[in-house]
Design a protein around this ligand. Structure first.
Ligand code: C2E
Ligand code: MG
Ligand code: MG
Ligand code: MG
Length: 277
């Protein structure tokens, strides 16, 4: 292509590639140092129950406040973290932050609900993950029983022996387990059956077009039925509109998460909005 476009354009093309490789390299370096300095942030998004819209859980979602670029969301840096082997360290950084926030609330007399933390494939494939989690929680005076962990279908595709052991130990330590983005990944129902999940989170791509899209209605309804049949609770992600909520409540979805209730918020705003006064 470069040849056909002529010299001037080819130069622009080359330097664009170079810049992006450079900025990717810079981002990687900055991300590594932010992780090492425990400088990542965590926002929290409420999950509410169907009856009173009470906050029963909050999902912890990583954010990076970059010195030049400002607040970055996971789509802007998780690929870099994955590509540079930083996912395990990122996960520990997030957990430490969650524990600190929890303890801070607790010492001012605020009892937070269960906090749901996303785990990566790298984490669930690490045999001493449960011990590390228990250690971090103990250091920060956070009960493991106040945690839920979310894994996606794709993150549990690795060595099933290790993953089973790791997840079993987390449950034994008192944590709950949820399967995240359900319906979008590669996973079999036998995997769902053999791992100690207590909750299914329906991916928001199925919720988006409720109740107009018949296929999405059928899929969502069958996931709710599957959860019921297996004795699991079910959360709908990405609930944005009243029509989503009405349909889901009518079909007996247990819990709801989405912009309709709250966007993910910094810890201080969560406290102000839900736990002060
Ligand atoms: P997820 O675990 O499925 O988290 C839910 C995502 O949906 C969040 O995006 C949240 O902001 C967004 N969301 C919630 N309600 C709505 C809604 O009503 N409409 C729309 N359009 N979006 C909504 P976020 O924070 O950008 O995170 C994206 C993904 O990054 C997460 O998806 C999760 O897979 C990953 N992630 C975030 N934090 C962590 C972490 O600490 N560790 C790991 N391993 N992955 C994380
Ligand atoms: Mg999640
Ligand atoms: Mg999800
Ligand atoms: Mg999702």
């Amino acid at each position: 292509h470069a040849k056909k476009l002529g010299r001037a354009q080819a130069t622009v093309f080359d330097s664009a590639i170079q810049t992006s490789a450079q900025s990717r390299f810079a981002l990687e370096r900055e991300l590594r140092s932010s992780i090492n300095n425990d400088a990542l942030d965590v926002f929290y998004q409420p999950i509410v129950d169907q009856a009173g819209k009470n906050v029963v859980c909050m999902e912890a979602l990583v954010r990076w406040n970059h010195p030049q670029r400002g607040w970055l969301s996971p789509i802007e840096f998780l690929d870099i973290a994955r590509g540079s082997g930083l996912m395990y360290a990122l996960g520990e950084c997030v957990l430490r932050r969650v524990c600190e926030d929890w303890s801070e609330a607790s010492s001012s007399g605020i009892q937070l609900p269960t906090i749901s933390v996303n785990l990566s494939a790298e984490q669930v494939l690490t045999v001493d993950l449960p011990d590390r989690i228990k250690e971090i929680c103990a250091n920060k005076r956070m009960p493991v029983g106040a945690l839920q962990f979310e894994v996606t279908e794709d993150s549990i595709q690795g060595d099933s022996g290790i993953i089973e052991k790791v997840l079993e130990q987390l449950v034994q330590a008192g944590a709950e387990l949820a399967i995240d983005d359900f319906g979008t990944g590669y996973s079999s129902l036998s995997r769902l059956k053999s791992l100690p999940f207590s909750r299914i989170k329906i991916d928001r791509s199925f919720i988006n077009n409720l109740p107009d899209d018949e296929n999405d209605c059928a899929i969502t309804l069958s996931i709710i039925g599957l959860a019921r049949g297996l004795g699991l609770s079910v959360v709908a992600e990405g609930v944005e509109h009243e029509a989503h909520e009405a349909w889901l409540l009518n079909k007996g979805c247990d819990y709801l998460q989405g912009y309709r209730y709250s966007r993910p918020l910094p810890f201080s705003q969560i406290i102000d909005r839900y736990y002060s006064g």
